[in-house]
Design a protein around this ligand. Structure first.
Ligand code: IVH
Length: 667
């Protein structure tokens, strides 16, 4: 077999396994076997850039090349659907279709997926372009990002037309959405309100490797083109399924209004068991010939309509607005409500998000307000029943100007929606919040300590920051609020044990703004010890993969603060881990400090991943693309001709495998 055939065979095999796994949900091989095949293909492709292919399964991993999106005019405009919340308007639609067609017809009933729409163009069975809806006339070319979505086929199989478009919805499944928000919460980044925003935000990411990590999914529901297999919309999608597309299994053809209502009623409750968000039902006349006959209005087809489920909502009284102070000082307004039943739970409080939202709702104390849970985790107030306002309605809600806990004047930072209490040295919830974060499970994970105990110790004046914990003795806390000798000893033992928690978690526990678990890990592993981090300049920090201005700036200002320097010093003194263990540190050096390295070609002594690690372990930074910032290129055999040319043009040094190993003292 020639190399070319070998590559092609691997690609076909990987495409098939992808399809089995992501579309059919029926993998035939283990993840490890899959990864091995992928690696084999990656190596071959690296060695033979002449067989490069835009649709190779290796394109799924994304790249960290930044790019703005090109705008593309849709070949067929992307229309929206007429919307209704009422069953009687569904009946009107049905009657209108019946009267216009004056012959038998079928209605295809589908779920209305609540994500972000996408149009995919295929030529000769290959994905050539993926474009967002945009304004309906033109959208953004997000092809590179879409290629990372495993349930979207890059290469089709079977008997597909030479050229067509298929449209559908890109979704973030609930589980991925929740995991993403947990991660963002730990980094104190704003949460996504719902999976739709998370999916569209992700799709617009400038970095396709971010997209690749975020586990998006896609369902396709609309085929367009000249030579479609049949006259039936439903039937065409079933055929498209055989080409490799993920098509919903919940489409159903209805032959009467009653069948449509049965479908609606069934899914109104059953949709809660689906892995992705839906917000309604779409009804489409099934025959394409009949669709053409019915035609379009200016905005939407006459042959389809969307029935939207009423977001579950309740009407209740707003009794007060209180304000919570988080560990960073961010102020969150909370609506206190008359308890009300909403999708199975009793709601007493709802988020009001920020001052702008309060302002736009025009809230008054005593107002009757609508609370919704649709898709969101925390219930929110979506409207006010102004008609219900009467004599007893109280004052207009005005956002506070001073911290409810310590009285400091609140500040608002440029570009942020939230107000902050700037008094981070003495504002109690900020102090307690920082300690609570410090002891939390993903940080120091101190057994026996929780928010109540922290509160207690703080009240008693025993702890004012995390370092005070390490001075506690069992006799200091025994007897406080019914605490027995045993629990007291338990807590002290837990605190003692936390001294062996690894450096990366200690770093996370410090609660530096924007330094979540992932960033903490990255910092710990690349810089190796606290000295390198606290003395790092913005530039030095930014040289680390995934760390930009925002994070670097936050780290530098944290360590510029004498109070933080003192806290870290006390924690060091207490014996916490402030450097990687010898084992983890391995052969860490600064030999490549400040150097950005691009790897290209195939290597004999180590794999590419191993070289990437070696670069980071020696203080360098990896990059996928050659630019004037590239320090040198680590080149194996068969470096791609385009890269070679670019390197020559920019005068960038090319370093061979052996030379590189000498550079880092491994020879
Ligand atoms: S068909 C011309 N089918 O709802 C008809 N749309 O306003 C094209 N959507 O932008 C759309 N599920 O993002 C269709 N099963 C489904 C759908 C669906 C969700 C979205 C789509 C579209 C919007 C309609």
């Amino acid at each position: 077999m020639t190399i070319k055939e070998q590559i092609e065979q691997l690609r076909a095999e990987l495409h098939r396994h992808n399809y089995n796994y992501y579309v059919l949900n029926a993998p035939e091989i283990s993840d490890k076997e899959f990864d091995d095949l992928m690696r084999e293909l990656q190596d071959l492709e690296e060695a033979h850039p002449e067989y490069q292919d835009e649709n190779s399964p290796t394109m799924r991993v994304g790249s960290d090349l930044n790019k703005d999106f090109a705008q593309v005019v849709h070949k067929y405009p992307m229309l929206s659907l007429g919307n209704t919340y009422s069953e009687s308007e569904v009946a009107d639609f049905y009657e209108r279709v019946r009267n216009t067609l004056n012959e038998d017809f079928e209605i295809c009933c589908e779920l209305k997926y609540d994500g972000t729409s996408i149009s995919l163009a295929y030529e000769d069975g290959k994905l050539v372009q993926a474009v967002t809806r945009g304004d309906g006339e033109k959208g953004d070319d997000v092809t590179d990002n879409v290629k990372t979505i495993r349930s979207i086929p890059l290469v089709l199989h079977g008997d597909y037309p030479p050229s067509f478009e298929i449209r559908g919805e890109i979704l973030m499944p609930w589980v991925s959405f929740e995991a993403l928000n947990r991660e963002r919460e730990s980094r104190e980044e704003p949460l996504f309100a719902n999976p739709r925003n998370a999916a569209s935000g992700t799709l617009k990411s400038q970095n396709s490797s971010v997209v690749a990590n975020r586990k998006l999914d896609a369902y396709l529901y609309y085929l367009l083109g000249e030579h479609l297999p049949t006259d039936g919309h439903y039937e065409n999608l079933q055929v498209a399924k055989t080409w490799g597309f993920k098509i919903s299994d919940h489409m159903k053809k209805a032959h009467s209004l009653q069948e449509i209502f049965d479908y609606i009623n069934y899914w109104d409750t059953e949709r809660k068991n689906l892995p992705v968000a839906t917000d309604g039902i779409v009804l489409k006349v099934n025959s394409l010939r009949q669709q053409r006959f019915l035609g379009y209005t200016a905005k939407s087809p006459r042959w389809a309509i969307a029935y939207k489920f009423q977001a579950e909502r309740a009407l209740t009284r707003l009794n007060a607005v209180t304000y919570q102070v988080g560990r960073t000082g961010a102020i969150t307004p909370v609506a206190n409500l008359d308890p009300v039943q909403l999708s199975g739970t009793i709601v007493k409080r709802a988020s009001l998000h920020n001052a702008d939202i309060i302002e736009s709702l025009g809230l008054h104390i005593g107002d009757m307000v609508y609370v919704e849970k649709g898709g969101e985790i925390i219930p929110k107030i979506t409207g006010v029943d102004k008609e219900a306002r009467g004599m007893l309605t109280g004052d207009k809600v005005r956002f506070i100007t001073h911290c409810p806990e310590c009285g400091s004047r609140l500040v608002r930072y440029e570009g942020e929606a939230a107000y902050y209490c700037p008094n981070d040295t003495a504002c109690p919830p900020q102090i307690k919040g920082k300690i609570e974060h410090f002891i939390s499970r993903r940080a120091m994970n101190i057994d026996g300590l929780g928010p109540e105990t922290v509160d207690l110790f703080y009240q008693e004046g025993l702890v004012k920051d995390a370092s005070d914990l390490y001075r506690l003795r069992a006799e200091d806390i025994e007897g406080l609020a019914r605490m027995g000798r045993k629990s007291a000893e338990n807590i002290v033992r837990g605190i003692e044990a936390s001294k062996s928690v690894p450096f990366e978690r200690v770093l996370f526990a410090l609660g530096i703004r924007f330094v979540g678990e992932t960033v903490a890990k990255k910092l710990a592993r690349t810089l190796g010890n606290i000295d390198a981090i606290r003395s790092g300049s913005i530039e030095a920090l930014k040289a680390i993969d995934e760390i930009g201005d925002k994070i670097a700036g936050s780290i530098v200002s944290y360590f510029a603060e004498p109070r933080n320097q003192a806290l870290v010093a006390r924690l060091e003194e207490a014996g916490l881990q402030f450097r990687l263990s010898d084992e983890e540190a391995g052969e860490r050096t600064d030999l490549l400090a400040g150097q950005t390295v691009v790897i290209s070609g195939v290597f004999a002594r180590h794999s590419r991943d191993e070289y990437k690690q070696l670069i980071e372990r020696n203080g360098g930074k990896n990059s996928g693309s050659i630019s004037s910032k590239t320090g040198f290129i680590l080149a194996g055999d068969n470096m791609g001709p385009a890269k070679l040319e670019k390197a020559r043009r920019l005068g960038i040094r090319i370093v061979g495998e052996e030379e590189f190993l000498q550079m880092i003292g491994q020879e």
